[in-house]
Design a protein around this ligand. Structure first.
Ligand SMILES: [Cu+2]
Length: 381
C-alpha cells in the first residue's frame, strides 16, 4: 500500500468513525435511551357507579378453607336484622369513552382491585384528564393526592375565596359530568429516595368519610420518565399490586337504609343504634374482601413485584400489612410488614423466592379475627 493510499484509507476510517460515533454521541445516546416515552396527555373516563358488592363471593372462609363459623358470621351472615356480606356501594369504574356506556375491560392482572377504583397511570411530565361522571344518587367528586391541580380541579369545597366557576368541581350532582385536569411535574413523581414509581390515592371529597365508606377510592401510579415503558409501567418491575386496608364502616355509608331494606330479612326490626348491629357492619376488608376472599394475587418466583399499599378510615384504621414466606424492601430497608395509618401510602418491593400459597394479612389482632386476611400465590418460573 502506498503512503498516499494509506492516507486516504486513514481519512476514510476517520470519517466512518465520525459518522458512527459523532463527538457527543455516546453520552447523548444513553440519555436518549433513558428518557423514556415522550410526555403525553392521558385521558381517563371514570364514573362513580352504584354496585351491589359482595365482601365474600367465595361464600366460605378462604383462609380456613371451610364454611363460615360463628365468629365470621358476625360480619357475613344476613338475618332478620343483619345485612350480611352484601352491600350496595358507590365505586369508581373505568369506561371506554365519554359516552360512559361500555365498561373498559379489566386486565386480569388488576382483578384483585376489588372495590378499589381503576389505576390512573402517568409518567412525570405528562398531563392527565379525568372525565368524571356521577352515576350515583348523591353528589360526588374526584380529589387527587400528589398530582398538581388548579382550584377548578381540587374536588373539595371549602371557603378558599375562589370564584364560582372554580367550584364546579366541588360537588358533581347526580347524573352530571365534570372534567378534572392534572399536571404531573417532578414533585408528583418519585423523590430522591424513591424507586422508579410512587402511588397516590384519589377519592371523593364531598363528605369525605361518607364517600370513602361508600367505596369511592382509587390509586394513581406515577413513574419516573427515564424508568417508564411506553405504557407508563416501571421498566424495573414485572408485576404491580395495589392493596387497600380499610375497615369499611357501612354504618357511615350513604346506603345504610337501602342496605337494611334490601338485605335484612325483617327491616322493621333493625335498630341502627344497636351496638351489635353496628359491629356487624364493620367490614374489615382488603380491597373490599374479607376472610381470604381476595383472589388474583398471583406471581412467579424471581419476578420483581411492587406492592402499593394504602390505608384509610378512622381511629381503628391502623394497619400492619404482613406477608408470609417472603421479605420486602420498604424505604430502602428490609422487612415483612408495612405500617399504615389512615391516609397512609407505602411501597413494598418483593422478589418472591419461596413458592407456594401464602398468607398476607393485617397484623392487628382485632383485624385478624374480623377477617382482614388474604392469600397470595407464588408459582415456579
Ligand atoms: Cu388492620
Amino acid at each position: 500500500m502506498t503512503i498516499r493510499s494509506t492516507a486516504v484509507l486513514t481519512a476514510f476510517l476517520a470519517l466512518l468513525g465520525a459518522l458512527a460515533f459523532p463527538a457527543c454521541s455516546e453520552e447523548d445516546g444513553d440519555e436518549h435511551a433513558q428518557q423514556g416515552p415522550p410526555p403525553r396527555l392521558r385521558t381517563y373516563f371514570i364514573a362513580a357507579d352504584e354496585v351491589a358488592w359482595d365482601y365474600a363471593p367465595l361464600g366460605i372462609n378462604g383462609i380456613a378453607g371451610a364454611a363460615f363459623g360463628a365468629a365470621e358470621n358476625v360480619f357475613v351472615e344476613s338475618g332478620p336484622d343483619r345485612i350480611g356480606r352484601q352491600y350496595m356501594k358507590a365505586l369508581y369504574r373505568e369506561y371506554a369513552d365519554a359516552t360512559f356506556t361500555t365498561l373498559k375491560t379489566l386486565d386480569p392482572k388488576w382483578e384483585h382491585l376489588g372495590t378499589v377504583g381503576p389505576v390512573i397511570r402517568a409518567v412525570v411530565g405528562d398531563t392527565v384528564d379525568v372525565v368524571f361522571k356521577n352515576n350515583t344518587a348523591y353528589p360526588r367528586t374526584i380529589h387527587v393526592h400528589g398530582l398538581e391541580y388548579d382550584k377548578s380541579s381540587e374536588g373539595t369545597y371549602y371557603d378558599d375565596g375562589t370564584s364560582a366557576s372554580e367550584h364546579d368541581d366541588d360537588d358533581v350532582a347526580p347524573g352530571n359530568t365534570h372534567s378534572y385536569h392534572y399536571r404531573v411535574p417532578e414533585r408528583a413523581g418519585p423523590g430522591p429516595n424513591d424507586g422508579s414509581s410512587v402511588m397516590w390515592m384519589y377519592h371523593s371529597h364531598v363528605d369525605e368519610p361518607v364517600d370513602v365508606n361508600a367505596g369511592l377510592l382509587g390509586p394513581i401510579i406515577v413513574t419516573r420518565r427515564d424508568m417508564a415503558r411506553p405504557d407508563g409501567t416501571p421498566v424495573d418491575m414485572d408485576r404491580e399490586f395495589v392493596l387497600l386496608f380499610e375497615v369499611m364502616d357501612e354504618n357511615k355509608s350513604n346506603y345504610l337504609q337501602d342496605n337494611i331494606q334490601a338485605y335484612c330479612g325483617n327491616p322493621g326490626s333493625v335498630d341502627p343504634d344497636d351496638p351489635d348491629f353496628q359491629e356487624s357492619n364493620l367490614m374489615h376488608a382488603i380491597n373490599g374482601y374479607v376472610y381470604g376472599n381476595l383472589r388474583g394475587l398471583n406471581m412467579t418466583a424471581g419476578e420483581r413485584v411492587r406492592w402499593y399499599v394504602m390505608g384509610l378510615g378512622t381511629e381503628v384504621d391502623l394497619h400492619t400489612a404482613h406477608w408470609h414466606g417472603q421479605t420486602v424492601i420498604v424505604n430502602m430497608m428490609r422487612t415483612d410488614i408495612v405500617s399504615l395509618l389512615p391516609g397512609g401510602m407505602a411501597i413494598a418491593d418483593m422478589e418472591p423466592d419461596n413458592e407456594g400459597t401464602w398468607l398476607m394479612h393485617c397484623h392487628v389482632n382485632d383485624h385478624i379475627d374480623a377477617g382482614m386476611l388474604a392469600l397470595f400465590e407464588v408459582t415456579a418460573p
